[in-house]
Design a protein around this ligand. Structure first.
Ligand code: NDP
Length: 337
């Protein structure tokens, strides 16, 4: 039994020393329990928040505790009446290759799901985030201009594609030419710009010649600075994530732009709303699962995963996620099914 624990809290970007791989004997299912074997582990930006003890919407991971995370597992042993050996489940068992469960919180995925890892991405938490954030807060209308960064990640890629289904003009923002090409050629975005380009703000102004009606906020920082002056009257800004700031140890250098932000919100009557997906929308999961299942089976939504083999690779892969080294939804393949 292998597991990765939080060895120490990072200051700034996490490094390998903040994690520790531990080994122990394989757990055995007791009465009413199942033994789960992890096949896939999801790595997501929110995990950076759990490594810190700053106040947030969720409790931090304690030092020496296992890192949290969504997993797709197979039942290896069952002493629970509702679970059979070999069944697949979506669980939240964290960075380890085995876990015991009393069945609570497990979502059944069947005996032979076609693409079990999708439950961690487009058919799971990130897909649900894209769906609710865009449709409920963004309120897209045909002909509007939608801008989304982290455009090839599981949230951004899904936001842009749903935007296209709703008739928007979709501008992606991503790190590097290869990701931008993918956003246009595979995901069907109208444009995609590299935020690392020197003249990124000018390029964005040029492609958004009708302004921006919806900015789906995934990254913050310089991207938001470039977006703010382009927002149209009555623009909507679902505030989903600020990944460019997750490793920050202090506020950015001035000038202070808060009064510019507030006056823009006022004069242009902009609606900005943050959301935490399961806290705010857990009751609407079925609606999402139905629509997304249909769109995927009809080939209307494309989905790219980056599978990295081996639990021991999780720390490096996670560190890279915060620097844009991933290309597509980052998933650790912990074991062969
Ligand atoms: P991604 O797989 O898209 O990974 C994060 C991406 O962010 C990187 O690949 C990188 O893409 C981009 N990025 C990193 N640093 C910067 C930077 N300095 N400037 C611009 N872009 C940067 O992650 P997800 O799709 O899983 O998540 C996207 C966002 O959604 C995150 O902010 C996450 O926290 C948030 N989220 C919020 C939820 C909620 O309930 N509110 C739920 C789920 C996710 P690139 O190389 O293209 O720049």
């Amino acid at each position: 039994h292998q597991r990765i624990v939080l060895a120490s809290r990072p200051s700034g970007a996490p490094n390998a020393d903040n994690f520790r791989l531990e080994s122990s004997s394989k757990p055995v299912a007791g009465d009413g329990q199942v033994l789960l074997r992890t096949i896939y582990l999801s790595l997501d930006p929110y995990m950076r928040g759990r490594m810190s003890d700053a106040e947030s919407y969720a409790e931090p991971v304690a030092v020496n505790d296992i890192m949290v995370g969504g997993t797709v597992c197979q039942v290896e042993e069952s002493r629970h009446p509702n679970f059979e050996v070999g069944e697949w489940v979506l669980a939240y068992t964290g960075w380890q290759n085995y876990a015991l469960s009393d069945g609570e919180g497990l979502l059944k995925l069947g005996k032979a799901p076609a693409a079990p890892s999708y439950a961690l991405g487009v058919m799971g938490m990130p897909g649900f985030t894209a769906y609710m954030g865009l449709l409920d807060i963004g309120q897209p209308k045909a002909g509007e201009t939608l801008v989304v960064a982290a455009a090839t990640g599981p949230v951004g890629a899904t936001v842009g594609q749903i935007g296209k289904l709703k008739g928007c003009r979709v501008i992606g923002i991503a790190g590097g030419a290869e990701k931008c090409r993918h956003a246009k050629e595979v995901l069907g975005f109208d444009e995609c710009l590299d935020h690392k380009a020197e003249d990124f703000a000018e390029q964005l102004a040029r492609v958004c010649d009708q302004g921006i009606d919806i900015y789906f906020e995934n990254v913050g920082g310089k991207v938001f600075d470039a977006v703010l002056p382009l927002l149209n009257t009555s623009a909507r800004v679902p505030v989903c994530g600020l990944v460019s700031q997750y490793n920050a140890t202090e506020l950015p250098a001035g000038p202070d732009r808060l009064s510019l932000l507030m006056s823009t919100i006022l004069v242009k009557r902009i609606k900005m709303q943050g959301f935490i997906i399961f806290d705010d929308y857990g009751h609407r999961y079925e609606e999402f699962a139905k629509d997304m299942g249909d769109w995927l089976s009809q080939g209307k939504i494309q989905y790219k995963e980056q599978l990295v083999e081996g639990l021991e690779q999780a720390p490096q892969a996670f560190i890279g996620l915060l620097e844009g080294k991933n290309f597509g939804k980052l998933v650790i393949k912990v074991a062969e099914p």
